[in-house]
Design a protein around this ligand. Structure first.
Ligand SMILES: *Cc1c(COP(=O)(O)O)cnc(C)c1O
Length: 229
């Protein structure tokens, strides 16, 4: 695993340099869904600190068996009725995809006396099967940011349609970056970072401006479909 992580870090740095960026601008999130605490502890021993999970219950079951020094990010669709648990467990949420969820998270943060850094998930491709705000909806959501004072909108996240060739993702990443600049100008909200890129396409995402890559398979190997192991 240490070798795999080392190679990923080299590829991340090379992609940043190709785009004239500093490698320090890009953070690696180890996506540990479907992997048990043993693998997470192993990854932590290899120096990884930020872990991404996409289900609240699964994360909650594993966290007590993992080092207390780790930072956990929620990257998967969140149901409103789990907002309070998500607020208690995670440091960041990458997958905020509806106004109702914004309301639920703000209320949960109020009750917990916390604030939360969030990314708005944007359905750039318009695929019907994907979660996320439609791009047309986002400027209004940003202008209403004051309605959810506990939430800090730190950026935008997207998941492009899968294509065999990672180059297929490039137009979607480039579009998210263009939206970031456009919406920043239109609304004055400093959307500082982009969460984009997975095992298969993270180099393309970094070339197109990603600050957070979410990598599972390239670190841990294939996930079993049957669930945690
Ligand atoms: C599973 C998942 C990832 C990681 O995918 P890999 O292809 O295993 O790197 C990244 N982002 C999200 C939202 C995911 O659900």
């Amino acid at each position: 695993m240490e070798e795999r992580i080392g190679r990923i870090r080299e590829r991340m740095a090379a992609a940043a340099l190709r785009a004239g960026r500093s490698p320090d601008e890009v953070e690696l999130i180890a996506v540990s869904k479907n992997h048990g605490p043993d693998r997470i502890r192993e990854a932590a021993r290899c120096g990884l600190r930020i872990f991404g999970e996409n289900r609240v219950q699964e994360a909650r079951a594993k966290m007590p068996e993992c080092p207390g020094t780790l930072s956990w990010h929620l990257i998967g669709h969140l149901q409103r009725n789990k907002a309070a648990q998500a607020v208690a467990l995670f440091d960041r949420i990458h997958s905020v995809d509806s106004v109702k969820l914004l309301e639920a998270l703000n209320q949960a943060c109020d009750q917990a006396g916390k604030s939360m850094d969030i990314f708005l998930e944007v359905n750039v491709s318009g695929e019907g099967t994907k979660f996320g705000f439609s791009p047309e909806a986002v400027p209004d959501v940003l202008r209403h940011g004051g309605d959810w004072p506990r939430l800090v909108m730190v950026g935008l996240m997207t998941i492009p349609p899968f294509t065999q060739d990672p180059e297929g993702a490039r137009p979607h990443f480039r579009q998210l970056r263009a939206y970031q600049e456009q919406w920043q100008q239109e609304t004055g909200i400093p959307l500082e970072s982009l969460s984009m890129g997975m095992s298969h396409d993270f180099e393309v995402a970094i070339e197109e401006g990603s600050h957070w890559v979410r990598i599972g398979t390239a670190i841990f190997g294939e996930r079993s479909k049957a669930g945690m192991q």
